[in-house]
Write a protein that binds this ligand. Sequence first.
Ligand SMILES: Cc1cc2nc3c(=O)[nH]c(=O)nc-3n(C[C@H](O)[C@H](O)[C@H](O)COP(=O)(O)OP(=O)(O)OC[C@H]3O[C@@H](n4cnc5c(N)ncnc54)[C@H](O)[C@@H]3O)c2cc1C
Ligand SMILES: CC(=O)[C@@H](O)[C@H](O)COP(=O)(O)O
Length: 654
Amino acid sequence: MNATNDIVIIGGGIIGMAIAVDLKLRGASVTVCNRNFPQTASMAAAGMLAPHAEELPPGPLLDLCLKSRWLYPEWIRKLQDLTGLDLGYNPCGILAPVYNLPSTDVRNNNQGQWLDKTAIRLYQTGLGDDVVGGWWYPEDGQVDNRQVMQALDKAAQQLGVNVRNGVTVQTLQQKQGKVTSILTNQGELEGNTYIIASGSWASQILPLPVRPVKGQMLAVKMPEIPNEPYALQRVLYGLQTYLVPRQNGRLIIGATSEDVGWTPNNTPQGIERLIKRATRLYPDVANWEIEEFWWGYRPGTPDELPILGHYGCNNLILATGHYRNGILLAPVTASLIADLVINQNSDPLLEPFKGDRFHTQPSPAPAPMTPFNHYPVPKAINGYNGTSSLFSEDELIIAGRKFHSRLMTGTGKYPSIPIMQESVAASECQIVTVAVRRVQTNAPGHEGLAEALDWGKVWMLPNTAGCKTAEEAVRVARLGREMAKLLGQEDNNFVKLEVIPDTKYLLPDPIGTLEAAEILVKEGFAVLPYINADPILAKRLEAVGCATVMPLGSPIGSGQGIRTQANIEIIIEEANIPVVVDAGIGTPSEASQAMEMGADAVLINSAIALANNPVLMAKAMGMATVAGRLAYLSGRIPVKDYAIASSPFTGTVV
Ligand SMILES: Cc1cc2nc3c(=O)[nH]c(=O)nc-3n(C[C@H](O)[C@H](O)[C@H](O)COP(=O)(O)OP(=O)(O)OC[C@H]3O[C@@H](n4cnc5c(N)ncnc54)[C@H](O)[C@@H]3O)c2cc1C
Ligand SMILES: CC(=O)[C@@H](O)[C@H](O)COP(=O)(O)O
């Protein structure tokens, strides 16, 4: 690929392709990398252009949708002219029947025209008996999204867009605030500007809170009656269902909305729900021939707004998270993003959709030793300094980076973010591990967590918690690296590698861990693998280039202490890299025990976060780690079978 002029778009759904065509028409050189995956939202959608029927509240999203609906006729004309294809654009209006009469207040504030029980049946015969009236939205409509996709593909081909199907982008390479290239399953590609338009999968490339929201769909065939139009001519938008009649007699019935992650496929329950709701709305549907079932993933975001515009690097642009309205939003997205790339013009319409809205300002690091209101730390121990001059030369070195503290902590399970901040400060740890997957999806208890610490003061150790396979862990590790960069740690290549298929004991998969470690080391990561206390595995991981090994004391969160002492001792004896005892530590004495055994560091999460007083426990763990290390460096006395008096027998008074 020509490194001097290319715009590289990642994702070939309606958003990526619409941007590609727009840019190409403005004279740019464009490459689209598109993985082959059939269940894209753009192919699954119903194609409604429905800002009003969706009842979007007044605000930036409604403004954006209205602008796009306004752009639609011209956009369609352009694509039709380019390709000669019919795109099924039909500004047919949308009828939204209801089963309960709305209050006068609701009626006065709705964008639609209210139709009573009789009037609505003049617009559409055959409605279910439960329908008591409804709204008429004359400016909404529909398009055949599959035909749009076909037209975009054809237009792109004719215009000379370099569409590379079957190319999966794995990671972005960044240097000094710029994306320098992308790594794909078919090698490295370079460009000048990179646009992420990978829908629900955007969070696999960057740490963005985009999640899949599964929608199941079904299509039936409206019966043909000679010389009569099909029974449905306009979209019916009912309660949790819609019927979208195409001009060729196909009736699209949608859609479920399921927060089930990447769970695939149609299910009997999903289809049953669709049929039930559709037949309540329009009973005749029950007798029509089924043509197809399908499903897809809507790219959802926490605030249900798309993510548009520059992000992190000045040559990186996002166009994702279009959730329920991406078909509608394609023309406006393409136009605004093309303006941004070609003219460097950021339209004010884009402002509310910037990706950094999910990053709260990094809060100032909690002042060390400041007692938290509810968890006072006794004054008597506040004078303790974990980086005591007594052993200030004693540094923990991991992948060339030096740390004074030998305690690593986690961020999960705390009662609140302030208590987590306070605990991290009280522990005086310098390495804090963060679960990339949970932070990136804003999982409960992890909202705003990554931004809550001052990463200028503590070193982030992104971890791959939640990954069951090597492949997942590699992907999440790459995301973690991006996350660290975006949070200001440009040179952070650390990853705590966890490959854990077992949910009961959370024991790591040794083979998967080794496989993932090999890949990640080759990609330049400093890999800190979480392992069972297996000396042979520890040596194998060292041999492939891991930065540490992290044997478990006992299962994560169990607080059972160090049950694997004998094996950890062998690991320590044999290792030429730091050994970090991770997981299961329940008390400060156990932290100290690990350090006295000669471990280079300990990682403790649950015992601190779940203590009655996490801040105080964090302090205790910090002190215990120091105490254990000092004891190890001092050299303990040998264990004897019999007592040896403390004072000599010679010269004693008889
Ligand atoms: C059931 C359902 C009904 C819907 N109905 C409507 C509707 O009526 N009206 C409306 O406006 N919107 C509707 N939507 C929403 C709309 O479909 C989406 O918002 C829109 O299609 C998003 O387009 P996209 O291009 O961002 O994502 P997608 O269409 O999902 O495309 C993303 C593309 O990126 C590719 N990709 C992902 N990761 C990578 C990678 N690492 N490397 C290379 N390529 C990658 C994927 O393979 C895919 O081709 C519906 C969605 C669903 C699921
Ligand atoms: C946060 C983290 O990395 C944990 O998975 C780790 O293994 C610590 O275990 P405990 O919670 O038992 O301290």
